[in-house]
Structure formats: C-alpha cells, structure tokens
Ligand binder design. Structure first.
Ligand code: SF4
Ligand code: SF4
Ligand code: SF4
Length: 429
C-alpha cells in the first residue's frame, strides 16, 4: 500500500492511493468561541442544496452541541471506540509525541497511533474490502440534526447537578459548546479511499471533494469510510451525496455577487451571523504537499503561524481542511482528544491574543469575497490590562483584506467605530 505524508500527524501514513495534491486547497477557520448556535448556516445550506425529496434528513452543514450532541448521533464517540478497540487488539496506544514538534511542518508533534486507514489494513489486510475503519449509522441516528441541543453535563459537586458557586475560567464545571460541521474536503479523504467504484475525486484546482453521481452505485462505502459522517445516502436516487463546497461560488461564477469573477465564500460561511467563519484557499506546495509558506494569507497565519486554529480529530488521518479555534472554557482533556495536542496552546493564545492575531480576527465575515492577503496598518495603544498575570496591551490597528485580484475588499479597525445618530432621527424608522 502506498504511503503519503500527513503534516497534521507529523509522519507518513498508509493510504490506498499515491500522493497527489491540488494547486489550491479549500479551507476555513471556525471560531467556536463565537458561535451562538443559531443554525443560520445550516438553513443557508439546506435551502440551497438539500431541499428536495429524499434529502429530508440530509444536513451537509450542521451545528451540534458538544459533548452529547451529534449528527448522526454519537458519530465521533462511535468512531473513537472503534479505533480504541483496534489499538487494544494490536496492543498499541493512540498517543502523540509532542516533543517532536517542528515549526509549521510538524506543528503538533508526531501521532504514534493508527489512523482509520492503518487500522483497516490491520483488520482486513492490504487488499481487504474495507480501506477505512468506519461504520454505517442506522436510520434513527440521522433523524435528529441537533439532538441534546444546549445540554451541559451535570455539575458533579451537587446531588441535583446544580452549581451554586458559579463558574470561572480556565475551565467551567458545567459546559457545552457548539461544533459547526461541514465536509472537511480532506487531503486524504476516507470517503474517496473507501469507494470501490472510484466515483469520488478531489479537484485539482481547489481540492474540493466531489462524488460523480453517474459512477456511484449507492454501495454506501463512503458513508462507512468518512470518519466525520459527511457523505450521505439518498434513498430516492440510490446514490450518495455530500457537501460540494458551493463550488460555483469558489469558481467566482455568481455574476450577481462577483461580476469580476473572484472567488467568494460558500453559502454557509457567508450567512454566518456570529461572524465565526473565515474561508479561504491555501496554496499547496507541489513538492511537499503541505501548505506553501504564505505568511500574509489569513488562514496560513491562523493555522500555521499562530497555530490558534486546529484540525478536528487529526488522529483519524484524513488531514481535514476545516480548522477550529477551540472553546476556551471546556476541560482541556476533552479538547486534546478532539483537536489534538495543540489545544492548550491554541486556547492560551486566543485568551491573550498577539497584536497581529487580534487584527486578523477582525476579518471574519467582513466580506463575501475570499481574502487571499492581508496587511496591517499600526494604530495607537488604546487599552492595557493583565491577562494570566502578564501585561497585555490592545492597539487600534487597521487590518486590510485583498481578494484574488489584489483589490481591497475589507478594512476594519480593532476598536469598533461608534456612530451617534443625530437627534432628529432618534430611531431608525
Ligand atoms: S469529511 Fe468525509 S466526506 Fe468530506 S472529504 Fe473528508 S472523508 Fe470525504
Ligand atoms: S460549503 Fe456549501 S454545500 Fe458545503 S455545507 Fe456549506 S453551504 Fe453546504
Ligand atoms: S450561522 Fe454562524 S453563529 Fe450561527 S450557528 Fe452557524 S456557525 Fe454558529
């Protein structure tokens, strides 16, 4: 079986196909700290792509309340359990070695456990019928897109589960958070690896993963092999479907919004009320397969330089391309399991952001056009305080975003400007 390099794991891993990379990679950063769980993103996707017969239970974008919620129900716990059993059979541990961290190339150290591909080889052999360890959820597991909404674990220090003491950072005793999920357009997709018909492909131009419906025969191997459960079966057509990354928008082919043809953000990103999402395209180095060093690209800065945004369950091995800024009030062990060993640093950096990070955070949802480059114009100091016992200052810098053509599309200051309505217009009517 070929081996490929997975930078999120810091090592080579088995994959059924030879290493090959797109020129650009669709990617995004989601700031879980800001999400209000309004599901506007969910409805933006539904009303665009999955409103037809046979798609009633199909939510390509969903927002679930962790720790209990999931769509399909318990998708991550079930896969973690399968992987745990696989490690126990082999007498191995799904452990990380963070001591082998090395800059942007190996930012989280080395994963020493088995991925879904390696666990499948161990279980079924290199020529086995299953190339990615997984399972097919039952119909009842797809029924509720947001089961356990806003449900927190009970407070353990009280018989009734209520805390009378209140809570404070760094970790809350009762907690939940919203996890926004779309297809990760993985570098090494589990769905693609699992498909016996070779009906799934990754586009050269933007790394978007699509299903060729004319080749699909509805065997559901993609549903089984996607660890994130983002490939879905449609009973009325008997083929599988998945998030298409709103590719006409990425291609700049929506003339109402981009007469100049520059790439624009997808429907779920553009509709986000909480301003938690920043979408982009990462240039891929064709020699290494890794993101090309592109310091002025906001996604590169957040993921590779500040390392404040992390992949979801990197240990699965698909190299997912949606990155998360972890919620800062959640027990760290939970975050480490979900986002890998970079979780502690990411939370600490978000709580006391660097001057540049604070400016880049302003770019989230500031324009529908995809920002390829940013610049910062320094402003004056406006605030001083102490965070975690260390002095921290805030500067009113201006961040400027540019689209693919190099045209300015966003300009924001760290301090939000205040406009006072004239007395003769006391309200907006
Ligand atoms: S998230 Fe799932 S469906 Fe999407 S590319 Fe990765 S493996 Fe395939
Ligand atoms: S990128 Fe487009 S297709 Fe994918 S979840 Fe978002 S709105 Fe839906
Ligand atoms: S629209 Fe934004 S804030 Fe609302 S649920 Fe979706 S990701 Fe969260």
């Amino acid at each position: 079986m070929p081996t490929v390099y997975n930078w999120q794991l810091g090592r080579k891993m088995h994959y059924p196909y030879e290493e090959r990379h797109p020129r650009w990679q669709f990617a995004a950063v989601f700031n879980t700290n800001r999400c209000i769980g309004c599901q506007t993103c969910t409805m933006a996707c539904k009303s665009t792509w999955t409103f037809s017969k046979g798609q009633e239970y199909m939510w390509w974008n969903n927002v679930e309340s962790k720790p209990y919620g999931g769509y399909p129900q318990f998708w991550d716990m079930k896969l973690l359990q399968l992987l745990d059993e696989a490690h126990q059979r082999e007498g191995r541990e799904a452990a990380w070695d963070p001591s082998q961290k090395d800059g942007a190339q190996r930012p989280y150290g080395v994963f020493e456990g088995m991925t879904i591909f390696e666990a499948a080889v161990k279980r079924y052999g290199p020529e086995g019928h299953t190339r990615a360890l997984g399972y097919i959820p039952g119909d009842e597991e797809w029924r509720a897109p947001n089961i356990f909404e806003d449900t927190a674990p009970p407070y353990e220090g009280d018989r009734m589960g209520f805390s009378k003491e209140g809570v404070s950072l760094p970790e809350h005793k009762t907690w939940f958070f919203h996890l926004q999920r779309i297809c990760n357009h993985c570098t090494y997709p589990g769905c693609l690896a699992a498909c016996p018909r070779k009906a799934i492909y990754k586009r050269q131009e933007d790394g978007v993963v699509l299903i060729d419906q004319s080749r699909c025969r509805g065997y559901k191997k993609c549903v089984e092999g996607c660890p994130y459960k983002k490939a879905m079966y449609r009973g009325t057509t008997r083929v599988s479907e998945k998030c298409v990354a709103c590719y006409p928008r990425i291609e700049g082919k929506d003339p109402h919004i981009t007469p100049d043809g520059v790439p624009i953000e997808t429907r779920c990103m553009a509709a986000c009320v909480g301003k938690i999402r920043l979408q982009g395209l990462a240039r891929i180095d064709q020699t290494t397969g890794d993101w090309a060093g592109d310091r002025a690209n906001p996604l590169y800065f957040l993921v590779k330089v500040e390392k404040v945004a992390l992949p979801l369950y990197p240990q699965f091995g698909t190299e997912p391309n949606i990155y998360y800024m972890p919620p800062r009030w959640v027990p760290r062990a939970y975050l480490r399991q979900m986002f890998g060993p970079g979780a502690d640093d990411a939370v600490n950096k978000y709580m006391a952001p660097s001057r540049e990070l604070l400016a880049v955070l302003q770019l989230f949802r500031s324009t529908q056009k995809i920002i390829f480059r940013y610049e910062i114009v320094e402003g004056k100091k406006v605030f001083e305080t102490e965070i975690n016992g260390k002095p921290w200052s805030m500067y009113n810098d201006t961040v400027i975003g540019f689209d693919k053509n190099g045209t300015e599309v966003a300009r924001l200051t760290v301090e939000e400007p205040v406009y006072t309505r004239p007395a003769k217009h006391p309200n907006s009517i």
